[in-house]
Design a binder for this molecule. Structure first.
Ligand SMILES: [Zn+2]
Ligand SMILES: [Zn+2]
Length: 351
């Protein structure tokens, strides 16, 4: 088994060769067909987040990310071996792996929200993931049959697609009556344009500071695009949406983007923050009650949402976001390219 592993934070990924694990119990071994590289892989590589006020949230040490670790939480592959109790998996079939696995014991996991479990076992973060030619999935219940979907374009739905989908679902019925605003036209922002359409939304106004990404958003079907650095960006948003937006989703999550979201959103509206770029909250506290605004966080999504999403992709033919295919050996270079903002859409490693 070949994998690219993080052995020390901020150091190049290291190639490892060894025997593939042999599945026990309900475990399943997948031969990897596609493994997406996600922006959060950069945070893991860096070993932490900028949380503002000059502070940093570290992923090192107890309760953090265990090293060495094979990154990769957007993985699709063929089931090739299964433990004796994984009787609901069909060997030779292709699956998407739900990566946001919890302890499976607590009340949060029992309620179906394993992604919010306090003792996470997520693939590619707390246990080995998909930057490899094989990945061990701890239980067959985390495998979603691809049923004819392309494993390369479907792999990113496990994180970026699910994250966009779960964030959009937090808008409720607003999507049917007015355009929503998406800040950030990276992988998630681009994906949310097609997802919103599949959900019956009336349209997306997309904000990005990079003209190339705004172009990509228009190509993906955005109703309008706006330069986030413009002094009048908030009023341009209202102009493009025809009204002050009641729902703004921020896929960037820095001080500038959340400040713009706050200035643009209508009274009584909602801002959902997804991006983990970093920084501190820039809002005036009295304006939160005065605008009666809801500020909500959204972190990936649960297994039921991923099932719903994969069904939606299959039945509504959601267009895939632009994908750059790369060989497994390019894992480190591609991670660097993403870190330098040189990637439009998504890179998927194909062993
Ligand atoms: Zn991710
Ligand atoms: Zn749990």
């Amino acid at each position: 088994m070949k994998s690219y592993r993080l052995t020390a934070f901020e150091k190049p990924l290291e190639l490892s060769n060894g025997a593939a694990p042999s599945p026990q119990g309900r475990e399943v071994l997948l031969k990897v067909l596609g493994a997406g590289i996600c922006h959060s892989d950069i945070h893991i590589w860096e070993g932490g987040y900028d949380i503002g006020h000059g502070k940093r949230y570290s992923l090192e040490g107890k309760g953090g990310v265990p090293l060495p670790l094979t990154l990769g939480h957007e993985t699709a592959g063929i089931a090739i071996h299964a433990g004796p109790n994984a009787d609901d998996v069909a060997l030779g079939q292709s699956y998407l792996a739900y990566p946001w696995i919890g302890c499976g014991q607590c009340a949060i996991c029992a309620a179906g929200d394993e992604h919010l479990c306090g003792k996470p076992r997520a693939l590619g973060i707390y246990r080995d993931g998909g930057f490899a030619d094989h990945v061990l999935v701890p239980d067959s219940k985390y495998l979603l049959p691809l049923g004819g979907l392309d494993p390369i374009t479907t792999a990113p739905y496990a994180c970026s697609g699910l994250t966009a989908f779960s964030a959009l679902k937090k808008a409720g019925d607003v999507i049917h009556s007015q355009p929503i605003v998406v800040i950030g036209a990276g992988g998630l922002g681009l994906m949310s344009i097609g997802l919103l359409k599949a959900l019956g939304g009336v349209g997306t106004v997309v904000v990005d500071i990079d003209p190339k990404k705004r172009e990509a958003a228009l190509a993906a079907g955005a109703k309008a695009v706006i330069d986030g650095t413009a002094a009048d960006a908030a009023s341009q948003i209202s102009g493009a949406a025809g009204t002050r937006p009641r729902f703004v989703v921020d896929f960037v999550g820095n001080e500038q983007s959340t400040a713009l979201a706050f200035n643009a959103v209508a009274k009584g509206g909602k801002i959902v923050i997804v991006g983990l770029f970093g920084g501190a909250a820039p809002w005036s506290l009295p304006m939160i009650p005065l605008k009666a605004v809801t500020i909500q966080g959204s972190y990936v999504g649960n297994l039921a949402e991923l099932c719903e999403l994969v069904d939606l992709v299959r039945t509504k033919h959601v267009p895939p976001i632009p994908i750059t295919r790369a060989s497994l050996d390019q894992a480190g270079d591609m991670l660097d390219a993403l870190r330098q903002g040189k990637v439009v859409g998504r890179v998927v490693l194909t062993p």
